[in-house]
Structure formats: C-alpha cells, structure tokens
Design a protein around this ligand. Sequence first.
Ligand SMILES: Cc1ncc(COP(=O)(O)O)c(C=O)c1O
Length: 344
Amino acid sequence: MLGHKVNGLGPSQICIEKYDRLIQNGGMKQLIEQATQYLKGKIRNTPIELSPTLSKLLGQPIYLKLECLQTTGSFKLRGAIFYLSTLNPEEKNRGVAAVSAGNHGLGIAYAARKQRIPCTIFVPKNVDQSKYDQLIELGAHVQKSAFAGYDDTLEWSKGEARKLQIPIIPAYDDEKIMAANGGTIAVEVLTEVPEATHFILPMGGGGLSGGFAYHVKSKNPDAYMTVCQLAASPVFQSSLEQGKAITHMPAVDTLAGGIEGGLGEKCFEVLKTRVDGIAHLSEDEIKEALCWTLRHHRYLIEPSSAIAIAACLFGHAHPKGPTVIVVSGRNVSYSTLRDLIIHK
Ligand SMILES: Cc1ncc(COP(=O)(O)O)c(C=O)c1O
C-alpha cells in the first residue's frame, strides 16, 4: 500500500488537478470514448477468463484479461491503430518511426501497413528475436541501435528520425496512446466484470496502466490498482520518492524488455494519485510465472506480461475482492521459451 495517496489538498494535488482539467477538457475521457468507438471491429475484444487455480490460491475470484490473444500479440496494437488514424494525409505520406523493444513497434508496423504508411522501427540491440522477425515480416524498415536498453536507443533514434524527417510515435507518454492502450482495455474489463474491485497490471513507461487507472478510478474511486515492476528497475517507486517522473534508467539485463526503463512524465501525472500498491518482482519470479501460466492455463505469455501473474503467485499482491489481471502480451521467442522450460 502506498503511504502517500493524496486525498486532501497538497501542492502535488494542485498540480494534478491542473493536469486533470487539461486531460478532461482535451480530454482523456473523450479520447477513451473515441478510441473505444474507433477500435471496434479493428482489434479483438480479447476474452476474460476466470483462473480457478489463482482464485483458489488467493481466496477471491481472479480473472485474466487475455490481451496476449490480441492481434500482433499485445495491447500495443490499440494505441498504434488509434494514433495513426489521427494523422493527416500529408503526415501519412511522409511516414512514421517508432522506438520499441518490440510490441509497440509491432503494433505500429501492423497499423502502418494497413493504412499504407511507410514506417521505420528502431530497436535495442538485444531485441527479442521473434519480435525482430515479425517486424521484418510486417514490412517495416528495422534499424538496430548499438544499445541494450530502451532509453539509450530512444536517444540515438531521435537523431536518426531527424535525418529521415519523420516523427517518432510515442510508445507511452501521450494521451492518445494512454487512452487507447489502457483506457479501452479498462472499458472492456468493466463491461465484462463490473464487480471487479482490484486490478493488477505490468508497468513500463506507464501508458497501459495510466489509461487503465484513469478510466477505472473515474468509474470507481475506491478501486484498488496494483502495478508491477522489475525489482531491478523500480522506476515508479523512485519517481514517487523524488516527486517527479524519472524518465531515464540504466539498462538492466532482463527477459522483460517491455517493462524496463524510464517512466513517462504525462503517465506519472496520471498515475501518481491513482496507484494503490506496487509489486516488485525478481527475474526468477517472472520466469516461474511464465512457466506456471503455460502449465496451468496452456497460454503462452511473455515475461513482461508474466510479472502480473508473478505478483499473485509470490504474495506481492493481496486481492480483497474480485480481481482482474491484465495479461498484456505473448511475444517471446521460441529459443527463450525452450531455455526457460529446459532449466525448470
Ligand atoms: C507485454 C508488455 N506488457 C506491459 C508493457 C508495459 O506497458 P507501458 O510501457 O505502457 O507501461 C509493455 C511495454 O512494452 C509490454 O510490451
């Protein structure tokens, strides 16, 4: 539980209220509605399933929102399709770029192909091989950076995109991305499991959890939001302690590339008063949870996504009522999966 949850009026509250007005008027609420309408028929409304084993273990009904079954293998397709739909014809002709450990790039490459927009994806040098191969198959122009982490790759690709004179589509720190990635999932979750009171999500830059928390808390301020981060990259906790978003983190050696690195500034403004609990997980716990999901549910999920299951399996989240875990993606290479299973 976070000790500093702001309910009264402090200096940070004044700031968030200003930002809240901005995103209300701009506005985040309308963007979530627009994205929900726009995405109908263009993406899968992914299933939500009860997990009998987790429910038994935790003594509450625990549901899995299976966004791992989304086209392109993750929720990132939502933001990509919606964002590209807002570009004008001249911008579409010029083309777009994205910087991605994989899933955002896959979403952009897929959406760009559908809308006939040329696209370049900049990836860290240690990008998962399955994601790299899929990007190529989707027809994207892929450029590997000389860096292992997302943040360093982002810095390098800013110069590359400038040379190509194309904009970089943000992976998380943007209202449209937050609204489409997290907001539209929250709409589906609350429609199907209206009794849910606790939500557990992975957090990287904060786009998924930002949009999700915004919608859920606007419908039920008492809902409980747990976000899950790598113990080796606890950027949300550190940002709360410093009172501002830490946007750049040193790269860490992890299979969960989607959730390492810095936090978005806009995401932090949304999240800092809407998160109730943070779970920090080790690499071993994440690997264990990935294998557990395969064994108990027969679903293949990727490490960045397994972190939310790990939070439940290893006692870092304590659901007090019906709970939904967002299972955010499935893109893990065959060789990584084989190594994980062999070493079990
Ligand atoms: C599978 C998966 N889950 C979760 C996340 C975290 O999303 P966000 O960066 O919006 O917090 C990512 C980010 O790439 C991801 O690929």
